[in-house]
Write a protein that binds this ligand. Structure first.
Ligand SMILES: NC(=O)CC[C@H](N)C(=O)O
Length: 253
């Protein structure tokens, strides 16, 4: 059975491994550069990107992670993982932090504010629903979440989020805070795809809805790395009766 690597320095790697297990796939914890050689795809979980970057630097992972991305192997970054994969991040701590890069976009590290401004929202996910079936919406769990401010022409936007008109927004320079009162509605991008790279600002691994995981597994299969067993595992999961039901609230196991 093909396995999916999950960067396991910090953050919600266990939850990703559990979500993969629900789809009949094995997730392996990756902590060292040489471990990247034995896998063909990688999930970079959410957590705290500055801490994760320090740990990645400590373990000398950045060159190997960049090489992995440049080789065209599928990589999915969720939340802090999305920040890792962005070519540019704003709103970073003083001194900035190292990024892996690959996704031609600019992310704001804490776009939605601090931890207490974390929230859940039903997102419209037309591409996901067309590939994976199920409802047209996906319950996004945003935990001190980043957002994508700008994307290059090669980036496909898979989901955006309308900002309520009274919400306080951080400017892209992340220094001053603006009240958005005059503009009726603004949307920020919260899920993107560029080639074999996928990025989500929210945490699908904290919900019972495995469609983003299965979408990523199809990307893995499409680059020819998945075996036919992988295909079966994913398509069996896709046709399970769960798929037809309205998904429940996030699960925290
Ligand atoms: N849940 C998350 O991954 C939060 C990411 C956080 N905004 C950071 O900078 O790392």
């Amino acid at each position: 059975m093909a396995v999916v690597g999950v960067l396991a320095l910090q953050g919600s790697f266990n939850e990703h491994i559990a979500a993969l297990r629900r789809l009949g796939m094995k997730g392996v914890e990756i902590r060292k550069p040489e471990q990247l050689q034995s896998i063909s795809s990688l999930i970079i979980p959410g957590g705290e990107s500055t801490t994760m970057a320090k740990l990645a630097e400590f373990h000398n992972l950045f060159p190997a992670l960049r090489e992995f991305v440049q080789m065209g192997k599928p990589v999915w970054g969720t939340c802090a993982g999305l920040i890792f994969l962005a070519n540019k991040a704003v709103g970073q701590k003083e001194g900035g932090q190292e990024l892996v890069g690959g996704l031609n976009c600019t992310v704001h590290r804490n776009y939605f504010g601090s931890q207490i401004q974390s929230f859940e929202a039903e997102l419209l996910v037309p591409e996901l629903a067309s590939q994976e079936g199920g409802p047209e919406t996906f319950r996004g769990v945003f935990i001190r979440a980043p957002a994508v401010l700008e994307v290059g022409p090669e980036v496909e936007v898979l989901a955006d989020y309308p900002i309520p008109s009274k919400k306080v927004l951080y400017s892209s320079s992340a220094v001053e805070i603006q009240e958005e009162s005059a503009v009726p509605e603004k949307k920020v991008i919260v899920a993107i795809k560029q080639g074999n790279l996928l990025g989500t600002a929210f945490h699908p691994e904290l919900t019972a809805d495995t469609r983003w995981h299965s979408y990523f597994l199809k990307m893995v299969r499409d680059v020819g790395e998945g075996t036919s067993n992988t295909t079966v595992a994913v398509s069996e999961a896709a046709s399970s009766s769960d798929r037809q039901t309205k998904y429940d609230l996030p699960i925290f196991r």
